[in-house]
Design a protein around this ligand. Structure first.
Ligand code: SF4
Length: 237
């Protein structure tokens, strides 16, 4: 590992001004080739493990929903999509190991080799879903995700988020071509944002996601990953 990485790591171990964890600032000298031989089992020790669900066609990744910046506020809002958040109940609370693993991943955002360790695990996946629980923690966290996407060009990435703050100052053109960021609507049956090209919403009246009709599986649907589909509507559970 390059010495400059270690320096950056020690510099970035603090919480940011907002009190939120700030992801590592990756050094300019970063070269993925230095890490090509990283084994998946070693990568998992750095980032924590991924999830393979029956529903999705590839691996998923989760962070603790307790730490969602916007979600934390929305949970108190009646009628919001976060008010009955699935990631704060069921298996997420029944099994302490799941919560512990999510917090391990959260802490790993500060690891100097987070990007290559994620690349080592994701690069053989055709489809990858970021944040089936949890959300973006900082602008640097998002740009580090961009770097993982750039270094895994054969993988299609889908990143749902409620953190408009990190997208509002960004030109969608800088999003890597193999990544779609869907901005999720805040309210059930609410309006979608019009300033970002890809969104998702939750409705009590309609749906475009077919999973419910096909055993809660995506099967051959890849709508969430498609830039040709501007909005995906999920049914309210
Ligand atoms: S819209 Fe398609 S890809 Fe997205 S969750 Fe539903 S079934 Fe899966």
């Amino acid at each position: 590992m390059a010495k400059s990485c270690k320096l950056q790591a020690s510099e970035s171990m603090d919480h940011g001004p907002s009190g939120k964890l700030q992801a590592i600032i990756w050094p300019d000298s970063f070269d993925i080739k230095d890490y090509e031989s990283m084994k998946v089992k070693d990568a998992i020790k750095i980032t924590g493990s991924m999830t393979r669900t029956k529903k999705m066609p590839g691996l998923s990744y989760s962070l603790p929903a307790w730490e969602c910046i916007t979600g934390k506020k929305l949970r108190a809002v009646k009628g919001s999509v976060c008010s009955g958040c699935y990631a704060l109940k069921g298996n997420y609370t029944r099994y302490p190991a799941i919560k512990a693993a999510q917090y391990y991943r959260l802490a790993s955002l500060m690891e100097p080799s987070w990007i290559p360790a994620m690349v080592a695990q994701v690069k053989r996946q055709k489809w990858f879903r970021w944040h089936d629980a949890g959300d973006i923690q900082s602008a640097k966290h998002l740009t580090n995700i961009f770097e993982v996407c750039k270094q895994t060009p054969s993988t299609k990435h889908w990143l749902p988020t409620r953190e408009a703050r990190f997208l509002s100052l960004m030109d969608p053109a800088i999003v890597p071509a193999n990544l779609i960021i869907r901005l999720s609507g805040h309210m059930v049956d609410g309006k979608n944002a019009t300033w970002w090209p890809w969104t998702s919403s939750v409705s009590t009246k309609t749906k475009t996601c077919p999973a419910k009709d096909q055993g809660n599986r995506c099967l051959d649907c890849r709508a969430c990953w498609s830039r040709n589909i501007s909005n995906v509507v999920y049914p309210k559970h």
